[in-house]
Design a protein around this ligand. Sequence first.
Ligand code: BG6
Length: 509
Amino acid sequence: MATKPLTGHDTPGDSCTIVIFGASGDLTKRKLLPALYNLKALKLLPENFAVIGVAVTDSNDEMFRSQITSDIKQFATRPVDQAEWDDFAKRSYYISGDFNSPDTFAHLGAKIEDVRKTWNLPGNVLFYLAISPSFFGKVVEQLGNAGLTKETPDTWRRIIIEKPFGHDLQSARDLNTQITSHVQESQIYRIDHYLGKETVQNIMVFRFGNSVFEPIWNRRYIDYVQITVAEQLGVELRGGYYDHSGVTRDMVQNHILSVLSLVAMEPPASISGDSVRNEKVKVLEAIRPMEPEEVLANTVRGQYGAGLIGGKNVPAYRSEPDVNPASNTETFVAMKLNVENWRWADVPFFIRSGKRLAAHTTQIVIGFKRTPLLLFGKEVQDDFMPNRLVIHVQPDEGITMDIHAKRPGPGISIANVPLDFSYNEFGESTAATGYETLLYDCMIGDMTLFHRYDSVDASWRIVNPILDVWQALHPRDFPNYASGTWGPEASDRLVAKTGHAWHHYELKK
Ligand code: BG6
């Protein structure tokens, strides 16, 4: 069974030219090229297409082709078919230039036109901004000034913008104003690679494709929700970016709040376009921004010290390359959020994310309330956990439901038994980068899985007051957790305050 996009389309995307800004960068090598190649192998890339790489690095079409040929050998997620790849490579071009210079964009315009004529392509162009966020506004402005974003009734021009969209609420607003003076919202695809993950898309299918869950998906039956995105990696070579960002901007403002809104949203009127986005933004708007005292009570930040990961010593965050040795940047965050609407009032949503934690796992836990009567006696019942649904986003993608069953034998003894659904055992799974669905959706004009500006703004409104308090109050205890642990102890205390505990993460296998 081939991977099908969420929207159910199985015909190739529209013929187009794909322009990748940042063509010599890591994202292009590791994710975008393999994803485009996978789409080609799945016959979801249009038969007639071209790729133009743009970067500052001096290079030319031939050198670019040989570069991507060696990159694909290293980063492909499926065996590379020589004939398919040769076709891909010969349709690939390159131009170098400074993103600040109008000449680069005049040159790009001429190249798009040349390539269009060579392959008899329509005028559709997908621009992918795989570049430093500081260039997002500038590049869109230059594209606009060069007339490259102009659509006609028969041709589209779309721009995929990577995260982070803004550094805070005000800069996100400024960036949006700058961009939307050149392009319409309908041309802007703000990408979030978490929404390309199979298991994240499955949240909607799970909730709205089954009739058993929706009636209990509310405050009457659900006790709490936990979302954990834990990494074992440190900042690696991204210290320069990360030290100005921190985990709250890097993970919470985008990926985690987006996943949370899929878990908490009302059923949409339809599964595509604005219906889903309308419901997602309502969830974010129902999370009231915290007052300063609430920030102190409901959030915990941390920074990793040295420690052991997989039996190896790893350095403290402050000793990582390009990180300020006295840095106050948080590499761990935990918070309690409340979605203040009729469905979720009083149900705590605990979220946490961090680098250099004890495990690499992304899981969503839905904790159900206890049964109303302790029919089997308090002692027996105290022994087992209330029902719990765990969505394993990665690794070991799947879903587990913990239920209770009687142990075989005389007397009543009850055990927790997991009902397990694993993606590994679910037909043939196709190795993917997570970018396939998103690139394909852009080519067919489906914006469902991309962030509309109102949700970006709503997320910043949640996160900004927290960052403001943290900035005003320097953390006195950093580093406050050792690498290889589950973060600072205050994170356990945060959850314990409401009588809960973090779900103990065991990887499924
Ligand atoms: C990126 C963050 O958006 O997501 C990284 O910038 C983080 O810091 C990464 O490591 C995690 O993504 P994934 O898909 O590996 O969970």
